[in-house]
Design a protein around this ligand. Structure first.
Ligand SMILES: [Cu+2]
Length: 220
């Protein structure tokens, strides 16, 4: 019967449009980052690493961007997977010189002006504080994750890690102002479920911005 066949395809189309099929292949983790005072933590990077150690490498040519504008880096925290090249375009009318002395990536771009772009390949996991030789107050962080599953928390301290194949994962959280090692916990993700995870970060008080290199690298 033509009518029932049409209804069948309509239902199939609606299921596909609402993502009912893709949900069957991947689970997710809804993370919430809070400080020791229970306040939501923005700009925390949540990562999920398979407990069996299997990591999918970044696609060749993966790119991300950190802008220099108004004597600031934007965003303040940029999370990328190892193997990603970050462009540092200068949107200001004056020159910047971007650098880092970090263990995960030491680099120094040449001094460059308005409209120009410097690029750096981040090939090793870790926290990379980024500064400018000309403007001491400019500070931001590139957080390089080993695998493809990561998300940055928003204003409410929430972030969702989507598209996780079923399995056991170590969920960890990192924030530039944290004290000590990153908190982590293991969760089991099913093929179609969402796991809620709350992570507590011990943050130090920050008054203004610190210069790159002044932070405790041992904590990472
Ligand atoms: Cu600068």
């Amino acid at each position: 019967m033509a009518g029932s066949r049409r209804t069948f395809w309509l239902i199939i189309t609606l299921l596909a449009a609402t993502g009912a099929f893709t949900h069957a292949y991947a689970g997710s983790v809804s993370g919430r980052a809070v400080s020791q005072d229970g306040a939501p933590v923005t700009d925390a990077v949540l990562t999920a690493v398979p407990a069996d150690g299997g990591i999918v490498a970044a696609k060749p040519g993966s790119k991300a961007v950190m802008i220099q504008e108004g004597k600031q880096f934007i965003p303040y925290v940029l999370a990328v997977q190892a193997g990603t090249t970050v462009d540092f375009p200068n949107h200001d009318s004056f020159r910047h010189q971007v650098y880092s002395f970090s263990t995960a990536k030491t680099f120094e771009l040449k001094l460059y002006g308005s409209g120009e772009i410097g690029s750096v390949l981040f090939d090793k996991p870790g926290a990379v504080p980024v500064g400018c030789n000309i403007h001491d107050n400019m500070l931001a962080y590139v957080y390089v994750t080993p695998g493809p599953h990561f998300a940055l928390t928003g204003a409410e301290g929430a972030a969702q890690l989507k598209g996780l194949p079923a399995g056991t994962y170590t969920i960890s959280a990192w924030h530039p102002h944290q004290r000590g090692v990153s908190p982590s916990q293991q969760v089991t993700v099913s093929a179609d479920g969402d796991v809620e995870v709350k992570v507590e970060l011990r943050l130090r008080n920050t008054r203004g911005q610190r210069k790159p290199g002044a932070f405790d690298e041992k904590a990472y």
